[in-house]
Design a protein around this ligand. Structure first.
Ligand code: ASP
Length: 322
């Protein structure tokens, strides 16, 4: 049974996730601190009258630069030991999105994704095309690739590099949640009533080079529509893509579900249909508040809103505990 929570919070607000997996004890506090900092940075933008798009971008960038998470610096490594990042950013006003997949040469995949949305004719760039676009639009962020490999990601890869079995077995059975899958995401609504969402990831560890999960795919890794709300997902990417997780969450909300219950229903169905697990953060339009659900053991989350002032609610389990 997924673990679920709803906050009937009025906008503006922001909700953050830091990946759904069985986070080991040494990383618990760091994960909560990381999502709290991200929530606070995004909330500050919202409280100063900024847009939901700016808030989710800044929050996700904050976690991309934190090696605790599987995104940007600290990304999980592919079987060949490389970093390949995917990200998406979605605007609820325009129902536009920008995405990149298999980006290797820029430190913030979400920043490049936003440039794709706002500064290109297209919605997604992949591989070399993504790197070339990133170099052109974010020259200040260009890296060689090695700089994105954290000590933890390197050690983790060394420990498992001889594993020859299917990566999906690692991710969805027994060992699954011991493996980092701590993708990051943010969902926000601003004082103008505009929704936005963003997701950024280094993918699942040991995946084949060139593999693309759910994260950069609209309707899978994220979605946003001012009439319905917005969401961001994490977990086993092939499963989230198969069930079009984000789109289904939006449909459930259109049919009256609360944000947390919509996420829970989709995760339950995903487990039944694919055997995969994950987590989803959601905001609902027309005063429907914000919520989340996860079917893994843990998921770091944080919520901040204007009504609570400086206070950020956070945790690893729905009751705020670790
Ligand atoms: N969904 C991501 C992917 O499959 C992984 C994660 O959320 O941790 O690439």
């Amino acid at each position: 049974m997924p673990q679920t929570l709803n906050f009937p919070t009025p906008p503006p607000f922001i909700i953050i996730h830091g990946g759904a997996w069985d986070i080991p004890s040494p990383l618990l506090d760091l994960s909560v601190v990381g999502v709290e900092i991200a929530a606070r940075e995004g909330l500050t933008i919202l409280l100063n009258g900024g847009t939901a798009l700016d808030a989710v971008e800044v929050s996700v960038q904050s976690m991309e630069s934190d090696p605790v998470f599987d995104a940007g610096y600290g990304s999980a490594l592919t079987r060949s030991g490389a970093v390949e990042m995917d990200a998406i950013i979605c605007s609820g006003v325009s129902e536009n999105f920008g995405a990149v997949a298999c980006l290797t040469k820029c430190k913030s995949a979400v920043k490049v994704a936003r440039k794709v949305m706002e500064d290109s004719e297209h919605t997604m760039f992949v591989g070399e095309g993504a790197d070339d676009f990133g170099k052109l639009k974010c020259p200040e962020d260009v890296v060689g690739g090695e700089e994105l490999i954290s000590e933890y990601a390197r050690e983790h890869w060394e420990r498992f590099k001889d594993y020859k079995g299917p990566v999906n077995e690692l991710f969805n059975k027994g060992e699954e949640q011991k493996h980092p899958g701590d993708t990051v995401g943010a969902v926000a609504v601003d004082k103008f009533g505009n929704f936005a969402s963003a997701t950024s990831t280094g993918g699942i560890p040991f995946c084949e080079g060139g593999r693309v999960g759910d994260s950069p795919l609209p309707g899978c890794g994220a979605d946003a529509d001012n009439e319905v709300g917005a969401c961001s997902t994490t977990g086993h990417g092939e499963s989230l893509s198969r069930v079009k997780a984000s789109r289904r969450v939006m449909e459930k909300m259109e049919n009256g579900a609360t944000p947390g219950d919509a996420a829970e229903a989709v995760l339950e169905r995903m487990l039944k249909v694919t055997g995969g697990r994950g987590g989803i953060i959601v905001a609902k339009a027309n005063g429907g508040g914000v919520g989340f659900s996860f079917s893994t053991v843990k998921m770091p989350w944080a919520v901040g809103c204007e009504e609570w002032g400086d206070k950020i609610e956070s945790g690893i389990l729905p009751n705020g505990k670790k």
